[in-house]
Design a protein around this ligand. Structure first.
Ligand SMILES: Cc1ncc(COP(=O)(O)O)c(C=O)c1O
Length: 362
């Protein structure tokens, strides 16, 4: 059969390769106990209130969801202190990244990202015929001057993940202010705040003040991390209405399921679950720092729910050995870091197992 002629840009895109699911690793290596600390999920599981809401919503799935997410929009707007029309919802935060690209990126437009960050910004730009430009980080920190140095008259947006995935580093308020002051006026700052609920650094500022001031800022947030409902697929963008209105034109009519909307509404109310999740993350981070110190491994103190550590050996080989022992982490190689791994902060039992296996492998 002759395949229909495809778009040339598609050849520049590598399909996303997620980590292996626990069940696959169990089957492949004949293991009973496998832990996955690779995808920055919530190790406590979902918000129990969200689970209850999902059960109740299950009887209504013969009906389409509310395409406008009215109830969630109102509640979230109140929670964030913004207007409901400043929000757009996505089938996961991932989809919001694509909504932006579809509405704003023309063939030949450039986007700028640090070279060690989330892959989907580049993928979404490539899909639209845009050109991702990457700039090096400095000691795993975002280098604002390097980002500005890469700006041309084709630059459409600069992407910052704050805190950054996979390095866990934070861009403080004064650097965001500086970036916004120096960026061309018609360029957008995409601030991905998927992990913002975990931040405890007093120098952190969220995107909301810029959005309220009508700057060209689009923030991304998600219910996949601290709220623990990654499997439902729901995230959202926050931006001035003039930006949201354009993105809305690209959104599929019923992109966020009924189940996801109900789960998010309940998770937002589950203050206990959020507090517990943050506490477990604090304790897990501290434990990992202590153990890495003992092993003489350098790590980046993190503001997220994962730690970026230099294992001083080929990370792909280490990843494979850990996997055979029932521990799934994220290798640094796809991020261009051949001796790093990213470890999600798991429960104490998971972290004990990880450290025990890491010691054996090293
Ligand atoms: C930095 C960052 N942005 C966005 C996402 C997308 O999250 P989701 O699509 O699950 O909402 C992730 C997921 O890991 C992420 O790490």
């Amino acid at each position: 059969m002759k395949t229909p002629k495809f778009r040339e840009t598609i050849m520049q895109i590598t399909a996303y390769v997620p980590g292996k699911p626990i069940e696959d690793v169990k089957r492949e290596f004949g293991l009973d106990d496998v832990i996955k600390i690779a995808s920055n999920e919530n190790p406590l599981g979902p918000s129990p209130k969200a689970v209850e809401a999902i059960k109740a919503a299950a009887c209504e799935i013969n009906q389409y969801p509310d395409g406008a997410c009215f109830e969630l929009r109102q509640k979230l707007a109140k929670h964030l202190g913004i207007n409901p029309e400043n929000l757009i919802f996505g089938d996961g935060g991932d989809e919001v990244i694509f909504h932006f690209a579809e509405a704003f990126i023309n063939p030949g437009d450039e986007i700028i990202t640090p070279d060690t960050t989330f892959s989907e910004y580049a993928t979404s730009a490539l899909l639209m015929g845009g050109k991702p430009v990457t700039v090096p980080m400095k000691d795993w920190e975002i280098d604002v001057d390097a980002l500005l140095g890469a700006v041309t008259d084709k630059t459409k947006a600069i992407y910052i993940t704050n805190p950054n995935n996979p390095t866990g580093s934070l861009l403080p308020k004064e650097k965001i202010d500086y970036l916004l002051e120096k960026m061309p006026e018609d360029c957008l700052l995409f601030l991905d705040e998927a992990y913002y609920e975990y931040v405890d650094d007093p120098g952190y500022t969220s995107s909301l003040e810029y959005i309220k001031a009508d700057k060209n800022v689009l923030a991304l947030r998600t219910f996949s991390k601290v709220y623990g409902i990654a499997g439902c697929r729901i995230g959202y963008g926050i931006a001035p209405k003039r930006i949201i209105d354009l993105m809305e034109k690209t959104r599929l009519p019923f992109n966020v399921s009924r189940i996801a909307q109900k789960a998010a509404l309940a998770a937002l109310d589950d203050i206990d679950h959020v507090a517990k999740s943050r506490k477990v993350n604090q304790e897990g981070k501290a434990f990992l720092y202590r153990e890495f110190d003992k092993l003489g491994l350098e790590y980046k103190p993190t503001q997220g729910n994962f730690v970026w550590v230099d294992v001083k050996t080929d990370c792909k080989a280490l990843f494979a050995k850990l996997q055979r022992m029932g521990v799934i982490v994220r290798a640094g190689a796809p991020f261009g870091a051949p001796t790093h791994i990213r470890v999600s902060v798991g429960t104490q039992r998971e972290l004990d197992k990880f450290i025990e296996c890491l010691k054996k492998v090293l």
